[in-house]
Ligand binder design. Sequence first.
Ligand SMILES: Cc1cc2nc3c(=O)[nH]c(=O)nc-3n(C[C@H](O)[C@H](O)[C@H](O)COP(=O)(O)O)c2cc1C
Length: 182
Amino acid sequence: MADILLGITGGAAAFKAVTLVSILRKSGHTVNTILTGAATEFITTTQISAVSGMPCYTDLFSKESTAFIPHISLTDNIDLMVIAPSTAHFIARAALGFGDDLLTAAFLACDSPVVIAPAMNTRMWNNPAVQSNVNILSSRGINFAGPVSGQLACGTTGFGRFMEAADIADICFEILKNGEVE
Ligand SMILES: Cc1cc2nc3c(=O)[nH]c(=O)nc-3n(C[C@H](O)[C@H](O)[C@H](O)COP(=O)(O)O)c2cc1C
């Protein structure tokens, strides 16, 4: 069974991360979670913890103990890191190597396979800055799950929709299988 770290960013699809956490947990995996500050505008740590059965983290600076450095402890010996849904903002910060919040610092500290599942408006996805950042991350071995075409939160239909949680989970399972973690 795998140790998975799931980062959830502040997009309209953030609530769908609850389904993904549920699928991963029901498959027997341990799922630790991080919400960005913007993600907490869309969902709560309580919602996520209730499904994961684990604490949900938001802060780079832990108030509990200096022995627990969240971005390091949460990425020690994990089998997979998943960012779902991922905003354009996270993709940009990851491509540039920012580490000024818990999720970006954890991404920098992670030496395990990573899956990013973007979700955003079609015009945002098509923006050359976003495409360039996706290409940078792909060239570094980061896996992308979606986006797919379909109905978007903004009311339009097009490319940029969050891939179904079950399909993202299947991609995660395939990566874990290839790494011989099942
Ligand atoms: C209602 C609303 C919905 C949003 N949905 C998305 C989205 O689906 N994808 C995206 O990339 N940004 C979206 N944004 C913009 C992000 O919230 C913004 O870029 C934020 O800084 C992301 O921070 P984070 O990447 O640290 O979570 C949305 C903003 C609002 C107000």
